[in-house]
Structures are given as C-alpha cells and as structure tokens.
Design a protein around this ligand. Structure first.
Ligand SMILES: Nc1nc2c(c(=O)[nH]1)N[C@H]1C(S)=C(S)[C@@H](COP(=O)(O)O)O[C@H]1N2
Ligand SMILES: [Mo]
Length: 179
C-alpha cells in the first residue's frame, strides 16, 4: 500500500559510500555477554549461499519487484547464538545502525547479500555485503554491514531515532513512529 513501482535502483545513503576491501572486511557478531564472533570474507564465502528473488520497498514510496541477489541466510551465520537474544542492532561501516527483532532475522527471509543481478554488489548499494530483509522497509536492509549485536532490549538505530517506525512493516505502512 502507498507504493509505486520503479525500474531504477535509486541509491539512498545518509553519508558517503565507505570503501571496504574484501581483504579487511569483517562481520562481528556480539553476543549478550559481549563476546565477539568474527566472520571474514573467506568465512562468508564458505557459508551456504543461495540465489533469491525478492521485492524491495523503500519508505520513500518506491518498490522494486523481482530483484535478484546471492547471499547467506542470517540464521546460517547466527546459529544457536540467536536463541538467547530478543533483538539485534545492526552496525555498518560508516556508522549507520538499524534494529530488528531477532525473529525477523532468523525465522523470516533475511540474508547477507554480496551479489546483485549476477554481479558483485556495488559499493553505492552496500558492497561488499549488505543485509537484505525484504519483508520490512528497506532502511532495515543495512548496507556495508559489519556487525550484528545481539540484545535483550530493542535499541533504536539511526532512522528509528529520527522518527521512523521501530519495526517498519510495509504492508501495514509503518513508516513513522506512531503509524
Ligand atoms: N549503511 C547504510 N545502510 C542503509 C542506508 C544508509 O544510509 N546506510 N540507507 C537505508 C535506506 S533508507 C534505504 S531506502 C536503502 C537503500 O538501498 P539502496 O541505496 O541500495 O537503494 O538502504 C538502507 N541501508
Ligand atoms: Mo529509505
């Protein structure tokens, strides 16, 4: 509801595009005790990956249908760690953050994507790797992801502290806090 289809792929970033090299790329998973499990690029490449086709919905009212990606399911990375946490705070190169309930990362479709339409994900769209969570507004799909912090509480991220909805279900038009 409230969306229109676009055939472009607009770039929406709050700051400059970080230049992240695969040789130094890392994804740090922090558990409730503060222990960090670090995934580097070869680790990510060894994880089970899959091609997927999804519709994406930006809160600025464009939707793009049938986008094709390749990536690793978040639940394949988190494993049992997910059981102990209620929420996740996602951290990115460049400082962007966003929050999600843990169930949305591990019981629904959510991937760390590194290919888009058959080629390496370009830096403006989040390369080397970004989160893709198609059932929520696209601001939850953090570009240049480098951390998943497991939490007991729901800590608002960047847009969530600037008036956007804590959850962001596009089917319910949860655009802004209070929607
Ligand atoms: N790190 C980071 N991730 C981000 C953003 C950002 O500014 N920084 N913008 C979000 C928003 S508001 C949208 S709509 C999508 C846009 O993704 P795109 O630029 O690939 O279209 O990325 C999301 N992920
Ligand atoms: Mo957005």
């Amino acid at each position: 509801p409230g969306q229109h289809e676009t055939h472009d792929f607009p770039v929406l970033s709050t700051g400059p595009t970080p230049q992240v090299d695969r040789s130094t790329w890392a994804l740090n998973i922090t558990d409730l005790e503060g222990s960090v499990t670090r995934w580097n690029w070869p680790d990510l490449m060894r994880a089970p990956s899959e091609d997927f086709t999804v519709d994406i919905h930006c809160v600025t009212k464009w939707s793009r249908l049938d986008t094709t990606w390749r990536g690793v399911r978040v639940n394949a990375l988190l494993g049992k760690l997910a059981d102990e946490a209620e929420y996740a705070l996602i951290r990115c190169y460049g400082g962007y953050t966003t929050n999600l309930p843990m169930g949305d990362l591990v019981d629904r479709d959510a991937w760390i994507a590194y290919k888009y339409e058959g080629t390496d994900l370009k830096p403006p769209h989040g390369g080397p790797a970004r989160l893709v969570v198609p059932h929520l507004y696209l601001w939850k799909s953090a570009k240049w992801i480098n951390g998943i912090e497991l939490r007991r509480d729901d800590q608002p991220g960047f847009w969530e502290t600037h008036g956007y909805h804590a959850y962001g279900d596009p089917w319910l038009e949860q655009r802004y806090a209070g929607d």
